[in-house]
Design a protein around this ligand. Structure first.
Ligand SMILES: Cc1ncc(COP(=O)(O)O)c(C=O)c1O
Length: 460
Protein backbone atom coordinates (compact mmCIF):
# COMPACT_ATOMS: atom_id res chain seq x y z
CA UNK A 1 0.00 0.00 0.00
CA UNK A 2 1.00 3.62 -0.36
CA UNK A 3 2.81 5.58 2.32
CA UNK A 4 0.20 6.59 4.95
CA UNK A 5 1.95 9.91 5.39
CA UNK A 6 1.83 10.84 1.73
CA UNK A 7 -0.29 13.80 0.72
CA UNK A 8 -2.04 11.61 -1.86
CA UNK A 9 -3.01 9.11 0.83
CA UNK A 10 -4.43 11.80 3.15
CA UNK A 11 -6.42 13.56 0.45
CA UNK A 12 -7.70 10.31 -1.02
CA UNK A 13 -9.02 9.04 2.30
CA UNK A 14 -10.62 12.41 2.99
CA UNK A 15 -12.46 12.82 -0.33
CA UNK A 16 -12.47 9.92 -2.83
CA UNK A 17 -15.32 7.39 -2.91
CA UNK A 18 -13.78 4.20 -4.34
CA UNK A 19 -15.75 1.85 -6.61
CA UNK A 20 -15.73 -1.83 -5.60
CA UNK A 21 -13.73 -1.06 -2.43
CA UNK A 22 -14.53 -1.57 1.24
CA UNK A 23 -15.33 2.03 2.08
CA UNK A 24 -15.20 1.39 5.81
CA UNK A 25 -11.78 -0.28 5.71
CA UNK A 26 -10.44 2.33 3.28
CA UNK A 27 -9.83 4.92 6.01
CA UNK A 28 -7.22 2.67 7.60
CA UNK A 29 -5.84 0.69 4.65
CA UNK A 30 -5.73 3.70 2.30
CA UNK A 31 -5.16 3.68 -1.45
CA UNK A 32 -2.49 2.20 -3.67
CA UNK A 33 -1.58 5.28 -5.68
CA UNK A 34 -0.42 4.42 -9.19
CA UNK A 35 1.53 7.23 -10.77
CA UNK A 36 3.13 5.96 -14.01
CA UNK A 37 2.75 3.41 -16.74
CA UNK A 38 5.35 1.92 -19.07
CA UNK A 39 4.63 -0.91 -21.51
CA UNK A 40 3.07 -3.76 -19.54
CA UNK A 41 4.10 -2.19 -16.22
CA UNK A 42 2.73 0.38 -13.79
CA UNK A 43 4.51 2.09 -10.92
CA UNK A 44 3.16 3.33 -7.59
CA UNK A 45 4.04 6.56 -5.82
CA UNK A 46 6.77 4.78 -3.84
CA UNK A 47 8.53 3.62 -6.98
CA UNK A 48 7.35 -0.02 -6.81
CA UNK A 49 6.90 -1.49 -10.28
CA UNK A 50 4.24 -4.08 -11.14
CA UNK A 51 3.57 -6.16 -14.21
CA UNK A 52 -0.10 -5.33 -14.89
CA UNK A 53 -1.46 -8.83 -15.35
CA UNK A 54 -5.05 -7.52 -15.50
CA UNK A 55 -4.50 -4.72 -18.05
CA UNK A 56 -6.01 -2.42 -15.40
CA UNK A 57 -9.67 -3.46 -15.55
CA UNK A 58 -9.34 -5.87 -18.52
CA UNK A 59 -8.83 -2.91 -20.81
CA UNK A 60 -5.30 -1.52 -21.35
CA UNK A 61 -4.69 -3.88 -24.27
CA UNK A 62 -1.76 -1.93 -25.70
CA UNK A 63 -0.10 -1.37 -22.34
CA UNK A 64 0.51 1.95 -20.65
CA UNK A 65 2.82 3.98 -22.91
CA UNK A 66 1.61 3.74 -26.50
CA UNK A 67 2.85 6.99 -28.03
CA UNK A 68 0.65 6.76 -31.11
CA UNK A 69 -2.45 7.00 -28.93
CA UNK A 70 -1.04 10.00 -27.09
CA UNK A 71 -0.30 11.67 -30.43
CA UNK A 72 -3.77 10.88 -31.79
CA UNK A 73 -5.33 12.50 -28.71
CA UNK A 74 -3.03 15.52 -28.84
CA UNK A 75 -3.66 16.09 -32.54
CA UNK A 76 -7.41 15.91 -32.04
CA UNK A 77 -7.28 18.21 -29.00
CA UNK A 78 -5.43 20.75 -31.13
CA UNK A 79 -7.90 20.44 -34.01
CA UNK A 80 -11.36 20.05 -32.50
CA UNK A 81 -11.35 19.26 -28.76
CA UNK A 82 -15.09 18.77 -28.53
CA UNK A 83 -18.10 18.34 -30.68
CA UNK A 84 -21.15 16.11 -30.66
CA UNK A 85 -23.43 14.12 -32.93
CA UNK A 86 -26.80 15.54 -31.82
CA UNK A 87 -29.16 17.18 -34.29
CA UNK A 88 -27.45 15.86 -37.47
CA UNK A 89 -24.01 17.24 -36.48
CA UNK A 90 -20.95 15.08 -37.01
CA UNK A 91 -17.14 15.12 -36.98
CA UNK A 92 -14.43 13.16 -38.83
CA UNK A 93 -13.17 10.95 -35.95
CA UNK A 94 -16.73 9.82 -35.17
CA UNK A 95 -17.48 9.08 -38.81
CA UNK A 96 -14.20 7.24 -39.43
CA UNK A 97 -14.48 5.25 -36.22
CA UNK A 98 -18.01 4.11 -37.10
CA UNK A 99 -16.75 2.98 -40.51
CA UNK A 100 -13.70 1.17 -39.07
CA UNK A 101 -15.68 -0.53 -36.32
CA UNK A 102 -18.50 -1.80 -38.50
CA UNK A 103 -15.91 -3.03 -41.04
CA UNK A 104 -14.31 -5.39 -38.49
CA UNK A 105 -17.50 -6.31 -36.58
CA UNK A 106 -19.36 -9.59 -37.14
CA UNK A 107 -21.41 -9.60 -40.32
CA UNK A 108 -24.56 -7.52 -40.40
CA UNK A 109 -23.66 -5.06 -37.65
CA UNK A 110 -23.58 -1.99 -39.88
CA UNK A 111 -24.57 0.79 -37.48
CA UNK A 112 -23.13 2.10 -34.24
CA UNK A 113 -24.50 4.22 -31.42
CA UNK A 114 -21.65 5.54 -29.29
CA UNK A 115 -21.50 5.99 -25.51
CA UNK A 116 -18.78 6.39 -22.88
CA UNK A 117 -18.72 3.15 -20.91
CA UNK A 118 -19.67 -0.49 -21.10
CA UNK A 119 -22.56 0.07 -18.69
CA UNK A 120 -23.97 2.86 -20.84
CA UNK A 121 -23.70 0.78 -24.00
CA UNK A 122 -25.60 -2.09 -22.36
CA UNK A 123 -28.17 0.34 -20.96
CA UNK A 124 -28.70 1.68 -24.47
CA UNK A 125 -29.10 -1.89 -25.76
CA UNK A 126 -31.96 -2.48 -23.32
CA UNK A 127 -33.65 0.81 -24.19
CA UNK A 128 -33.38 0.06 -27.89
CA UNK A 129 -34.77 -3.46 -27.45
CA UNK A 130 -37.82 -1.95 -25.74
CA UNK A 131 -38.13 0.83 -28.34
CA UNK A 132 -37.74 -1.69 -31.19
CA UNK A 133 -40.53 -3.91 -29.89
CA UNK A 134 -42.84 -0.95 -29.29
CA UNK A 135 -42.28 0.15 -32.87
CA UNK A 136 -42.96 -3.36 -34.14
CA UNK A 137 -46.27 -3.26 -32.26
CA UNK A 138 -45.22 -5.82 -29.64
CA UNK A 139 -45.49 -3.80 -26.42
CA UNK A 140 -45.53 -6.93 -24.24
CA UNK A 141 -42.23 -8.30 -25.55
CA UNK A 142 -39.92 -6.58 -23.06
CA UNK A 143 -38.22 -9.10 -20.76
CA UNK A 144 -34.47 -9.55 -20.96
CA UNK A 145 -32.78 -12.80 -19.99
CA UNK A 146 -29.31 -12.50 -18.59
CA UNK A 147 -27.16 -15.08 -16.80
CA UNK A 148 -26.07 -15.62 -13.22
CA UNK A 149 -22.45 -14.52 -12.82
CA UNK A 150 -22.65 -12.53 -16.07
CA UNK A 151 -21.26 -9.00 -15.77
CA UNK A 152 -22.70 -6.13 -17.77
CA UNK A 153 -22.03 -3.07 -15.63
CA UNK A 154 -23.61 -1.19 -12.76
CA UNK A 155 -26.08 1.41 -14.05
CA UNK A 156 -29.76 0.72 -13.38
CA UNK A 157 -30.43 -1.48 -16.42
CA UNK A 158 -26.87 -2.87 -16.80
CA UNK A 159 -26.60 -3.54 -13.07
CA UNK A 160 -29.87 -5.47 -13.36
CA UNK A 161 -28.38 -7.59 -16.14
CA UNK A 162 -25.30 -8.33 -14.06
CA UNK A 163 -25.93 -11.63 -12.33
CA UNK A 164 -24.10 -10.91 -9.10
CA UNK A 165 -25.91 -10.58 -5.79
CA UNK A 166 -23.65 -7.85 -4.43
CA UNK A 167 -24.45 -5.60 -7.41
CA UNK A 168 -28.17 -5.89 -6.55
CA UNK A 169 -28.55 -6.01 -2.79
CA UNK A 170 -29.72 -2.79 -1.15
CA UNK A 171 -29.56 -1.07 -4.57
CA UNK A 172 -33.16 -2.18 -5.29
CA UNK A 173 -32.02 -4.15 -8.35
CA UNK A 174 -32.68 -6.00 -10.56
CA UNK A 175 -35.45 -4.33 -12.56
CA UNK A 176 -38.51 -6.61 -12.79
CA UNK A 177 -38.09 -7.06 -16.57
CA UNK A 178 -34.75 -8.82 -16.10
CA UNK A 179 -34.62 -12.60 -15.49
CA UNK A 180 -31.47 -14.61 -14.81
CA UNK A 181 -30.80 -18.05 -16.23
CA UNK A 182 -27.98 -20.50 -15.45
CA UNK A 183 -24.31 -19.69 -15.41
CA UNK A 184 -22.54 -21.94 -17.95
CA UNK A 185 -19.64 -22.91 -15.69
CA UNK A 186 -19.16 -26.67 -16.05
CA UNK A 187 -16.62 -26.69 -13.20
CA UNK A 188 -19.00 -25.09 -10.71
CA UNK A 189 -22.46 -26.20 -11.76
CA UNK A 190 -22.28 -29.58 -13.50
CA UNK A 191 -23.86 -32.46 -11.60
CA UNK A 192 -21.79 -35.50 -10.57
CA UNK A 193 -21.24 -37.71 -13.61
CA UNK A 194 -22.75 -35.18 -16.04
CA UNK A 195 -20.76 -34.80 -19.28
CA UNK A 196 -20.09 -31.39 -20.79
CA UNK A 197 -22.62 -32.15 -23.54
CA UNK A 198 -25.26 -33.16 -20.98
CA UNK A 199 -24.55 -30.00 -18.98
CA UNK A 200 -25.03 -27.90 -22.14
CA UNK A 201 -28.27 -29.72 -22.87
CA UNK A 202 -29.59 -29.14 -19.34
CA UNK A 203 -28.80 -25.42 -19.50
CA UNK A 204 -30.35 -25.09 -22.97
CA UNK A 205 -33.50 -26.85 -21.76
CA UNK A 206 -33.68 -24.58 -18.72
CA UNK A 207 -33.39 -21.51 -20.96
CA UNK A 208 -36.13 -22.79 -23.25
CA UNK A 209 -38.31 -23.62 -20.25
CA UNK A 210 -37.82 -20.12 -18.86
CA UNK A 211 -38.88 -18.56 -22.18
CA UNK A 212 -41.96 -20.81 -22.33
CA UNK A 213 -42.91 -20.13 -18.69
CA UNK A 214 -42.46 -16.38 -19.02
CA UNK A 215 -44.32 -16.48 -22.36
CA UNK A 216 -42.31 -16.05 -25.59
CA UNK A 217 -44.47 -13.04 -26.45
CA UNK A 218 -42.98 -11.31 -23.38
CA UNK A 219 -39.30 -12.24 -23.86
CA UNK A 220 -37.43 -9.69 -25.96
CA UNK A 221 -33.71 -10.40 -25.66
CA UNK A 222 -30.95 -12.54 -24.21
CA UNK A 223 -27.59 -11.01 -23.28
CA UNK A 224 -24.29 -12.81 -22.80
CA UNK A 225 -20.56 -12.24 -22.79
CA UNK A 226 -18.77 -14.80 -25.00
CA UNK A 227 -16.55 -15.52 -21.98
CA UNK A 228 -17.82 -14.01 -18.74
CA UNK A 229 -15.01 -11.97 -17.22
CA UNK A 230 -15.89 -10.40 -13.89
CA UNK A 231 -18.10 -13.35 -12.92
CA UNK A 232 -14.96 -15.52 -12.85
CA UNK A 233 -13.66 -16.00 -16.43
CA UNK A 234 -16.29 -18.55 -17.35
CA UNK A 235 -15.73 -20.31 -20.67
CA UNK A 236 -18.96 -21.84 -21.98
CA UNK A 237 -19.12 -25.62 -22.43
CA UNK A 238 -18.99 -27.29 -25.84
CA UNK A 239 -21.98 -26.54 -28.06
CA UNK A 240 -23.49 -24.07 -25.58
CA UNK A 241 -23.92 -21.07 -27.86
CA UNK A 242 -25.12 -23.20 -30.78
CA UNK A 243 -27.96 -24.49 -28.64
CA UNK A 244 -28.69 -21.07 -27.14
CA UNK A 245 -28.78 -19.33 -30.53
CA UNK A 246 -31.17 -21.94 -31.94
CA UNK A 247 -33.55 -21.36 -29.01
CA UNK A 248 -33.39 -17.58 -29.38
CA UNK A 249 -34.21 -17.90 -33.07
CA UNK A 250 -37.11 -20.27 -32.37
CA UNK A 251 -38.77 -17.77 -30.01
CA UNK A 252 -37.80 -14.59 -31.89
CA UNK A 253 -35.60 -13.37 -29.05
CA UNK A 254 -32.84 -10.87 -29.89
CA UNK A 255 -29.25 -11.79 -29.04
CA UNK A 256 -27.18 -9.03 -27.42
CA UNK A 257 -23.50 -9.95 -27.22
CA UNK A 258 -21.47 -8.05 -24.65
CA UNK A 259 -17.96 -7.84 -26.11
CA UNK A 260 -16.77 -5.28 -23.57
CA UNK A 261 -13.95 -7.60 -22.39
CA UNK A 262 -13.75 -10.14 -25.23
CA UNK A 263 -13.66 -7.63 -28.08
CA UNK A 264 -10.53 -6.60 -29.98
CA UNK A 265 -8.36 -9.68 -29.82
CA UNK A 266 -8.69 -10.80 -26.21
CA UNK A 267 -9.89 -14.32 -27.07
CA UNK A 268 -7.47 -14.76 -30.01
CA UNK A 269 -9.98 -13.56 -32.63
CA UNK A 270 -11.03 -9.97 -33.26
CA UNK A 271 -14.24 -10.61 -31.29
CA UNK A 272 -15.38 -13.31 -28.89
CA UNK A 273 -18.29 -13.69 -31.34
CA UNK A 274 -15.76 -14.88 -33.94
CA UNK A 275 -14.30 -17.38 -31.45
CA UNK A 276 -17.72 -18.89 -30.67
CA UNK A 277 -19.63 -18.46 -33.95
CA UNK A 278 -22.06 -15.89 -32.52
CA UNK A 279 -24.48 -13.91 -34.68
CA UNK A 280 -25.45 -10.91 -32.57
CA UNK A 281 -28.41 -8.64 -33.27
CA UNK A 282 -26.72 -6.09 -31.05
CA UNK A 283 -23.17 -6.00 -29.77
CA UNK A 284 -21.59 -3.79 -27.14
CA UNK A 285 -17.93 -2.79 -27.11
CA UNK A 286 -15.80 -0.61 -24.79
CA UNK A 287 -12.47 -1.15 -22.97
CA UNK A 288 -10.16 -2.45 -25.75
CA UNK A 289 -11.93 -0.18 -28.25
CA UNK A 290 -9.58 2.62 -27.21
CA UNK A 291 -7.03 0.48 -25.37
CA UNK A 292 -8.58 2.32 -22.36
CA UNK A 293 -6.70 5.54 -23.17
CA UNK A 294 -10.04 7.34 -23.49
CA UNK A 295 -13.53 6.46 -22.23
CA UNK A 296 -15.60 5.34 -25.21
CA UNK A 297 -18.06 2.55 -25.95
CA UNK A 298 -20.40 1.54 -28.72
CA UNK A 299 -23.59 -0.37 -29.37
CA UNK A 300 -23.56 -2.01 -32.79
CA UNK A 301 -26.85 -2.74 -34.52
CA UNK A 302 -28.13 -4.72 -37.49
CA UNK A 303 -29.97 -3.09 -40.38
CA UNK A 304 -33.25 -4.54 -39.03
CA UNK A 305 -32.88 -2.74 -35.71
CA UNK A 306 -31.67 0.43 -37.37
CA UNK A 307 -34.70 0.30 -39.66
CA UNK A 308 -36.94 0.21 -36.60
CA UNK A 309 -35.18 3.31 -35.24
CA UNK A 310 -35.88 5.04 -38.55
CA UNK A 311 -39.52 4.01 -38.25
CA UNK A 312 -39.42 5.57 -34.77
CA UNK A 313 -38.35 8.86 -36.29
CA UNK A 314 -41.12 8.71 -38.86
CA UNK A 315 -43.49 8.37 -35.92
CA UNK A 316 -41.90 10.67 -33.32
CA UNK A 317 -39.37 12.90 -35.08
CA UNK A 318 -35.91 13.06 -33.52
CA UNK A 319 -34.49 9.88 -31.95
CA UNK A 320 -34.72 10.96 -28.31
CA UNK A 321 -31.58 9.34 -26.96
CA UNK A 322 -28.02 10.68 -26.72
CA UNK A 323 -25.15 11.52 -24.40
CA UNK A 324 -23.18 14.79 -24.41
CA UNK A 325 -19.83 13.03 -24.66
CA UNK A 326 -20.76 10.06 -26.85
CA UNK A 327 -18.26 9.76 -29.71
CA UNK A 328 -16.23 12.54 -28.10
CA UNK A 329 -13.80 13.47 -30.89
CA UNK A 330 -10.69 12.90 -28.75
CA UNK A 331 -11.93 9.49 -27.61
CA UNK A 332 -13.02 8.60 -31.14
CA UNK A 333 -9.63 9.64 -32.59
CA UNK A 334 -7.86 7.48 -30.01
CA UNK A 335 -10.17 4.52 -30.69
CA UNK A 336 -9.62 4.87 -34.43
CA UNK A 337 -5.85 4.85 -33.91
CA UNK A 338 -6.20 1.85 -31.59
CA UNK A 339 -8.00 -0.14 -34.28
CA UNK A 340 -5.30 0.86 -36.79
CA UNK A 341 -2.63 -0.42 -34.39
CA UNK A 342 -4.50 -3.70 -33.86
CA UNK A 343 -4.57 -4.17 -37.63
CA UNK A 344 -1.10 -2.90 -38.56
CA UNK A 345 0.69 -4.77 -35.80
CA UNK A 346 -1.42 -7.89 -36.27
CA UNK A 347 -2.33 -7.93 -32.59
CA UNK A 348 -4.84 -10.78 -33.03
CA UNK A 349 -2.13 -12.94 -34.61
CA UNK A 350 0.22 -11.95 -31.80
CA UNK A 351 -2.34 -13.16 -29.24
CA UNK A 352 -2.65 -16.41 -31.18
CA UNK A 353 1.12 -16.83 -31.04
CA UNK A 354 1.59 -16.17 -27.29
CA UNK A 355 -1.66 -17.70 -25.95
CA UNK A 356 -0.46 -21.34 -26.26
CA UNK A 357 2.59 -20.44 -24.18
CA UNK A 358 0.40 -18.59 -21.64
CA UNK A 359 -1.69 -21.74 -21.15
CA UNK A 360 1.33 -24.06 -21.26
CA UNK A 361 2.72 -22.13 -18.29
CA UNK A 362 -0.63 -21.82 -16.49
CA UNK A 363 -1.60 -25.45 -17.02
CA UNK A 364 1.50 -26.47 -15.09
CA UNK A 365 -0.16 -24.87 -12.06
CA UNK A 366 -3.02 -27.39 -12.32
CA UNK A 367 -1.08 -29.86 -10.19
CA UNK A 368 -0.76 -27.35 -7.36
CA UNK A 369 -2.76 -28.50 -4.32
CA UNK A 370 -4.70 -25.21 -4.25
CA UNK A 371 -5.62 -25.19 -7.94
CA UNK A 372 -8.91 -26.77 -8.99
CA UNK A 373 -8.82 -25.78 -12.64
CA UNK A 374 -7.08 -23.52 -15.14
CA UNK A 375 -9.42 -22.13 -17.78
CA UNK A 376 -9.58 -19.41 -20.38
CA UNK A 377 -8.83 -18.54 -23.97
CA UNK A 378 -6.46 -16.17 -25.75
CA UNK A 379 -4.97 -13.86 -23.13
CA UNK A 380 -7.82 -14.26 -20.66
CA UNK A 381 -7.55 -16.86 -17.92
CA UNK A 382 -8.56 -17.95 -14.45
CA UNK A 383 -6.89 -20.16 -11.90
CA UNK A 384 -9.59 -21.67 -9.71
CA UNK A 385 -8.66 -21.91 -6.02
CA UNK A 386 -9.92 -24.86 -4.01
CA UNK A 387 -9.43 -26.37 -0.58
CA UNK A 388 -10.23 -29.85 -1.92
CA UNK A 389 -9.39 -30.66 -5.53
CA UNK A 390 -11.44 -33.86 -5.67
CA UNK A 391 -14.60 -32.28 -4.30
CA UNK A 392 -13.95 -28.85 -5.91
CA UNK A 393 -14.65 -27.24 -2.54
CA UNK A 394 -13.94 -23.51 -2.41
CA UNK A 395 -12.40 -21.90 0.65
CA UNK A 396 -15.01 -20.08 2.75
CA UNK A 397 -15.17 -16.40 1.69
CA UNK A 398 -14.20 -15.30 5.21
CA UNK A 399 -10.82 -17.07 4.78
CA UNK A 400 -9.99 -14.33 2.25
CA UNK A 401 -7.58 -16.55 0.34
CA UNK A 402 -8.14 -14.83 -3.00
CA UNK A 403 -7.24 -11.38 -1.67
CA UNK A 404 -4.33 -12.96 0.21
CA UNK A 405 -2.91 -14.47 -3.01
CA UNK A 406 -3.52 -11.22 -4.86
CA UNK A 407 -1.55 -9.27 -2.23
CA UNK A 408 1.30 -11.79 -2.19
CA UNK A 409 1.48 -11.65 -5.99
CA UNK A 410 1.88 -7.88 -5.72
CA UNK A 411 4.78 -8.38 -3.31
CA UNK A 412 6.31 -10.41 -6.16
CA UNK A 413 5.68 -7.54 -8.57
CA UNK A 414 2.62 -8.80 -10.45
CA UNK A 415 -0.99 -7.63 -10.47
CA UNK A 416 -3.63 -10.35 -10.72
CA UNK A 417 -7.23 -10.16 -9.50
CA UNK A 418 -9.12 -12.27 -7.00
CA UNK A 419 -12.70 -12.77 -8.22
CA UNK A 420 -15.10 -14.98 -6.30
CA UNK A 421 -13.26 -18.31 -6.09
CA UNK A 422 -10.60 -17.72 -8.74
CA UNK A 423 -7.61 -15.60 -9.62
CA UNK A 424 -8.10 -13.85 -12.95
CA UNK A 425 -5.39 -12.93 -15.43
CA UNK A 426 -5.82 -10.64 -18.41
CA UNK A 427 -2.39 -9.30 -19.43
CA UNK A 428 -1.96 -6.63 -22.11
CA UNK A 429 -2.27 -8.03 -25.63
CA UNK A 430 1.27 -6.81 -26.34
CA UNK A 431 2.67 -9.23 -23.73
CA UNK A 432 5.67 -11.28 -24.82
CA UNK A 433 6.75 -14.66 -23.45
CA UNK A 434 9.01 -12.92 -20.93
CA UNK A 435 6.01 -11.06 -19.46
CA UNK A 436 4.06 -14.30 -19.27
CA UNK A 437 6.94 -15.97 -17.44
CA UNK A 438 7.13 -13.09 -14.99
CA UNK A 439 3.36 -13.12 -14.43
CA UNK A 440 3.00 -16.87 -13.94
CA UNK A 441 6.17 -17.07 -11.80
CA UNK A 442 4.82 -14.32 -9.53
CA UNK A 443 1.48 -16.07 -9.19
CA UNK A 444 3.14 -19.46 -8.62
CA UNK A 445 5.20 -18.03 -5.72
CA UNK A 446 2.03 -16.53 -4.21
CA UNK A 447 0.26 -19.90 -4.54
CA UNK A 448 3.12 -21.69 -2.78
CA UNK A 449 3.01 -19.16 0.03
CA UNK A 450 -0.77 -19.54 0.27
CA UNK A 451 -0.30 -23.31 0.45
CA UNK A 452 2.10 -22.85 3.38
CA UNK A 453 -0.24 -20.36 5.08
CA UNK A 454 -3.63 -22.01 4.50
CA UNK A 455 -2.24 -25.50 3.94
CA UNK A 456 -3.55 -27.07 7.14
CA UNK A 457 -7.00 -27.16 5.55
CA UNK A 458 -5.75 -28.50 2.20
CA UNK A 459 -5.34 -32.26 1.79
CA UNK A 460 -1.89 -33.11 0.34
C1 LIG B 1 -18.42 -7.64 -19.99
C2 LIG B 1 -18.59 -6.28 -19.38
N1 LIG B 1 -19.64 -5.54 -19.74
C3 LIG B 1 -19.82 -4.30 -19.24
C4 LIG B 1 -18.95 -3.77 -18.33
C5 LIG B 1 -19.19 -2.41 -17.77
O1 LIG B 1 -18.30 -1.51 -18.31
P1 LIG B 1 -18.01 -0.12 -17.59
O2 LIG B 1 -17.30 -0.41 -16.32
O3 LIG B 1 -17.17 0.62 -18.60
O4 LIG B 1 -19.32 0.54 -17.38
C6 LIG B 1 -17.84 -4.50 -17.94
C7 LIG B 1 -16.87 -3.98 -16.97
O5 LIG B 1 -15.98 -4.64 -16.51
C8 LIG B 1 -17.64 -5.80 -18.47
O6 LIG B 1 -16.63 -6.57 -18.09
Amino acid sequence: MSNPKSANWQKDVAHVVHPYSNLDAHDTRGPLVITRGDGCYVEDENGNRYLEGMSGLWCASLGFSEKRLVEAATKQLNTLPYYHLFNHRSHPPGIELAEALTAIAPEGLNHVLFANSGSEANDAAIKLVWYYNNLLGRPKKKKIISRLYGYHGVTVASGSLTGLVHVHRDFDLPLPQVKHTDCPSYYHFSKPGESEEQFTERLANNLEQMIIEEGPETVAAFIAEPISGSGGVIVPPKGYFERVQAILKKYDVLFIVDEVICGFGRTGQMFGSDSFGLKPDMMTVAKGLSGAYQPISGLLLTDAIHDALKAGSRKHGAFAHGLTYAAHPVAAAVALETIKIYQERKVVEHVQSVAPYFFERLNKLSVHPLVGEVRGMGLLAAVEITSDKARKTPFPPEAGIGAWIQNKAMEHGVIVRAISTCIALCPPLISERSHIDELVDGLAKALDEAQAHFGATVPA
